[in-house]
Design a protein around this ligand. Structure first.
Ligand code: SF4
Ligand code: SF4
Length: 485
């Protein structure tokens, strides 16, 4: 059992366990989302002055990456898109399961790529109107999928934000587990998974049709179908804490775990889709940052001339397709093949070799996202929220917050940013190399670790870190402040 359980904290723990605890956080975000929608559709078109664009592309992304470091998946925990979940379940077509062919990460990978591509191609960061429509689309998609399917298919198999959050939260310090496995062995209802009803001892049967009237639902079970006593990873955990609320024995804990715990051991399924997801997450961190620096514009012009088009669509699709899909899949497969050839496990399936080393990419990948979203955009621009709110209030005829003061912007001197980003990427690289070494030892199973088997991965990790630092030291678009840099 973990030494420190967040659910045991005097006030916060009670709030987390309370039946309506999640709703408290969700309502907070719902009000913010409503404000963003209102300003996105009716407010100033200049993106650094609009609440929708500033909060989405500066604050949301910055706050979640710091959240992963301190706690875990705090956005999914408070996600306003899933507020209608219980309502949707009441109208649900009962018992319908997400199609078996889609019960993997391939669709999520495709949608994550699509999201990054549309963000760049449509300049979503520069359009309050489009940003507001994305929020609307999220509410509709999550509600419809919750209504049609018996599990939380939207969270587990569709949502690009969730996909990003699941991989990021694998580096987080807290994880769901149980206090006493013996209690789980004798537990009849498995309510953490199945949900708790108002009829004692009768959980909500999922899958083949509910045996209870839906009005009897007290707490839904785990929407992404994780079983608390068997959990070894934060992958697919939305941190909704429904498991903790549903468990009649108060046996679920949100415990502090050793640093990089799930990455050092075999906690992930040995599947192509899961391994490629983390590699694509790593290369997308480079691709996303590359979309904001001058060489990408030169490359786009060159590709445009080659294809004889002035439309950005195809050049950008090629660049993103190569960086975010082709390179991670191609280099990952090649590294796995070389690694297997140099290891004592030459007879094992290639997907097992890939799965053995893919988790080593999570710390570096997260560090690059942290340096970009948290270090660069958030620290350089988060203060703009002050004049944006002042402006919003003034536009509606009030002066409660005073005249907009557009000198607000950076939270730290801008001259610190390069050093901070470099430091974060280096720490991420060290953490990844540490995980790589630990996984090499695990594979050696007591024998001397085959260092040559780790070499292809080491070269890939160093190459990724070097590329990230190179990009961060180029002039990058600020995207969130009235000034450029
Ligand atoms: S966590 Fe609670 S509900 Fe789930 S199996 Fe264990 S005792 Fe039962
Ligand atoms: S295990 Fe499931 S129910 Fe528990 S916090 Fe994670 S997603 Fe929610």
């Amino acid at each position: 059992m973990p030494r420190f359980n967040l659910l045991n904290l005097p006030l916060l723990g009670r709030l987390f366990r309370w039946r309506w605890g999640r709703l408290v956080f969700q309502i907070g975000l719902l009000l913010i989302a409503a404000l963003m929608l209102y300003d996105g559709f009716t407010g100033p078109p200049f993106p650094p002055e609009n609440i929708a664009t500033v909060v989405t592309w500066v604050h949301y992304r910055g706050i979640i990456v710091f959240g992963f470091l301190l706690l875990g998946n705090i956005f999914c925990m408070s996600c306003p898109f899933t507020i209608p979940r219980t309502l949707a379940k009441k109208w649900a077509v009962q018992g319908r399961r997400w199609p078996a062919a889609l019960r993997n990460k391939w669709l999520a990978i495709g949608l994550l790529f699509l999201f990054f591509f549309l963000y760049e191609w449509l300049d979503l960061w520069a359009s309050p109107w489009l940003t507001a429509w994305i929020i609307v689309a999220y509410f509709i998609a999550s509600f419809v999928l919750e209504m049609v399917f018996s599990e939380s298919a939207f969270c587990k198999y569709v949502c690009p934000l969730g996909t990003f959050n699941y991989v990021s939260s694998t580096i987080s310090p807290f994880q769901i587990s149980v206090a006493d496995r013996n209690v789980c062995q004798t537990c009849v209802g498995k309510e953490c998974l199945n949900g708790r009803s108002s009829i004692p001892g009768q959980p909500i049967t999922r899958g083949s049709g509910n045996v209870l009237r839906l009005d009897d639902i007290q707490v839904l079970g785990c929407g992404t179908e994780l079983f608390a006593p068997q959990m070894q990873s934060n992958l697919d955990c939305t941190l909704c804490l429904d498991c903790a609320r549903a468990c009649p024995h108060e046996n679920v804990v949100l415990g502090l775990r050793p640093p990089l715990a799930e990455l050092r051991r075999d906690a992930w399924p040995k599947r192509w889709d899961v391994s490629f997801l983390v590699l694509i997450f790593a290369f997308a961190s480079i691709g996303n940052a590359f979309g904001m620096v001058p060489p990408v514009f030169t490359l786009e012009v060159w590709l445009g001339n080659l294809l004889d088009t002035t439309n950005e669509f195809f050049p950008l699709l090629i660049i993103f397709g190569v960086v975010m899909l082709l390179l991670p899949v191609g280099l990952g497969t090649a590294a796995a093949w070389l690694s297997r050839a140099a290891s004592p496990h030459q007879a094992e399936p290639l997907q097992h070799t890939l799965a053995r080393y893919a988790p080593a990419f999570a710390p570096l990948a997260f560090a690059i996202w942290l340096a970009h979203y948290g270090g660069f955009h958030f620290l350089s621009s988060a203060g703009t929220l002050v004049p944006v709110l002042q402006n919003f209030v003034q536009d509606h005829g009030y002066l409660w917050l005073g005249e907009p003061d557009w000198t607000w912007g950076a939270l730290v001197p801008l001259t610190w940013l390069d050093g901070l980003e470099l430091g974060v990427v280096l720490v991420g690289l060290m953490a990844s190399l540490y995980v790589l070494g630990e996984r090499g030892k695990l594979a050696a199973d007591g024998r001397p670790a085959a260092l040559m088997a780790q070499l292809p991965w080491l070269l890939l990790l160093v190459g990724l870190a070097w590329t990230a630092v190179w990009i961060f030291f180029l002039p990058m678009e600020m995207r969130g402040t009235p000034f450029a840099g």
